[in-house]
Design a binder for this molecule. Structure first.
Ligand code: MTE
Ligand code: MO
Length: 507
């Protein structure tokens, strides 16, 4: 206790700390923000072991910032750990009166440790080089020139040299670290006619409202349990159907691509978003029917339920019945599925909250009895059908004192038939203009196993009116295909997903 109280960090501690920073930066230079990054295993572990309440609160209030914080935390702990390795190397070097020992010993130790933890030679190699450079420069750097303020101390020189190495690698890492390619937008020129036509139809059907995103999202939200997405090599990837089946089967990407495919629009919405939030998006997906694959294995489940498992250790359980009309997609908007959205293959389950649309899918386990998924273990109830919503995302002032409000409306497979808008806080209602349905109807002809339902695609709505002269409350609600008027009952997102009418004050 008293020793701890008297502890003052020494120059050696400073050098070791910056060697730790240089190690983490070196790994980032080598492999970027990939699962091989030295801090990734710790980040994954934190995401898995963090108490459910913390994860749920973070998702609700921080959104994806929560994952970033998790990564920063993991990186800081990794800096301290690898800095500790460097400090030991320096102590050994001191004891042996040998200046070559710290960089060589610590570099080797970091390399070994890094390889064990990440399984990647390039990642641990980058970290080892970072460590060795920082320690090497600290030992070998020439004395700094004096500038009339007296001699620069040797300690300061060493700390500055290691700091410089860490900073230099940090700069290189910030250039190379974020090299994940941004998904392209726009209609790909070489896309199949089917894809081109569908995307063109989405462009043509989108309402021309300032500030309103089109019917195909330019920026599709992502929600992940980890800050660093899996980086799946398609040649190493397999999908297996396991558990309560007549015969377990395993497919590779070639098998999947040789199956009959279909291309369709599908909207996703996250159970953890806020009522008028932005975690609801639409894209055109190409893939194969899930049940075509599951049925090949001969499912024999007592609970009629399945668990989807993924490369990032994510898992979600839900009824097999939900898989009617569900797809395993390998293309998004006519391009290969982006890494962030589940490359090489993801599930798209019609009409359900986003969380069971499992990305980076590797296993479909047919269950004997019900189990809990990742989010359900953390208190959420997000495996069921989505709530209806009409978002208010654009409010515009038009000529001659007219106002315009607009947004996207979504009702899962129950379908949006009308959006109603009130400009007096919900007393009187008017019908909004709607974009044409992107998909006419879901055609299950010739497939009696499928239940017919509305296409799982959002629509845009817009409403123009004369300004009532003062501040007023605009409210929007959905009427579903069967005439059901959306309930006004307000609900926070946790645990069942947000519900209620969206309202916004307009000046
Ligand atoms: N493997 C895996 N699949 C996943 C998730 C995840 O973290 N890992 N997040 C889920 C959640 S909560 C949502 S809302 C959707 C979001 O899909 P998107 O990121 O493509 O928008 O993916 C789901 N599938
Ligand atoms: Mo979600």
């Amino acid at each position: 206790m008293s020793r701890l109280a008297r502890y003052r960090p020494s120059a050696d501690d400073g050098v070791a700390l910056f060697a730790g920073v240089a190690a983490v930066a070196g790994s980032l230079v080598a492999v970027g923000f990939s699962p091989a990054f030295v801090a990734s295993p710790l980040e994954r572990w934190l995401a898995r072991e963090m108490p459910g309440i913390v994860v749920s609160l973070a998702i609700q209030y921080l959104g994806s910032l929560g994952q970033q914080l998790n990564l920063v935390m993991a990186a800081l702990v990794t800096v301290l750990l690898l800095g500790g390795v460097a400090r030991v190397g320096m102590a050994v070097g001191d004891a042996l009166y040998n200046r070559a020992v710290p960089p060589i010993l610590s570099g080797t130790a970091v390399f070994t440790l890094g390889t064990v933890v990440t399984g990647s030679f390039s990642s641990s190699g980058g970290a080892a080089v970072g460590t060795a450079l920082a320690l090497g420069f600290a030992t070998l750097s020439p004395s700094l020139p004096t500038r009339g303020h007296g001699e620069t101390s040797d300690d300061r020189r060493r700390v500055l040299a290691s700091l410089g190495t860490a900073a230099g690698l940090g700069v290189v890492a910030s250039v190379f670290g974020s090299r994940a390619p941004e998904p392209d937008v726009g209609i790909p020129e070489n896309a199949r006619p089917e894809v081109q036509n569908a995307l063109q139809r989405a462009t043509d059907s989108s309402l021309d409202v300032s500030g309103l995103e089109g019917l195909v999202s330019d920026e599709f939200f992502t929600v992940d349990i980890n800050a660093v997405d899996p980086e799946v090599e398609v040649t190493d990837w397999e999908l297996s159907v396991t558990g309560a089946v007549e015969e377990e089967i395993t497919l590779d990407m070639e098998d999947i691509r040789s199956m009959e495919s279909r291309t369709e629009f599908n909207t996703l919405r996250c159970v953890g978003e806020s009522l008028n939030g932005k975690k609801m998006d639409n894209a055109l997906w190409t893939g194969v029917d899930v049940m075509d694959i599951v049925e090949r294995a001969g499912p024999q489940s007592d609970c009629e339920c399945v668990m989807f498992r993924a490369d990032d250790d994510y898992y979600e359980e839900f009824p097999i019945a939900a898989l009617n009309g569900a797809m395993l997609a390998y293309e998004m908007n006519g391009r290969p599925l982006p890494r962030g959205h589940g490359y090489p293959l993801r599930a798209l389950v019609p009409g359900h909250w986003g969380e069971i649309n499992v990305k980076w899918i590797t296993e479909i386990e047919v269950l004997e009895r019900e189990a809990e998924g990742y989010w359900e273990e953390r208190g959420w109830h997000g495996t069921g059908p989505v709530e209806s919503v009409a978002k208010i995302h654009a409010t515009n002032t038009l000529a001659e004192g007219r106002k315009q409000v607009a947004g996207h409306a979504y009702a899962g497979t129950r379908g949006v038939s009308t959006v109603e808008v009130s400009i007096d806080g919900g007393d009187t209602w008017n019908e909004a203009r709607l974009s044409e349905p992107l998909t006419e109807s879901v055609d299950w002809e010739g497939d009696p196993g499928q239940t017919p339902h509305a296409p799982d695609v959002w629509r845009q709505w817009a409403y123009e009116y004369d300004h009532p002269g003062s501040r007023h409350e605009v409210v929007a609600r959905v009427v579903e295909d069967d005439g059901t008027v959306q309930s006004s009952e307000r609900r926070e997102s946790f645990p069942n997903g947000p519900a209620g009418w969206v309202s916004r004050t307009v000046q």
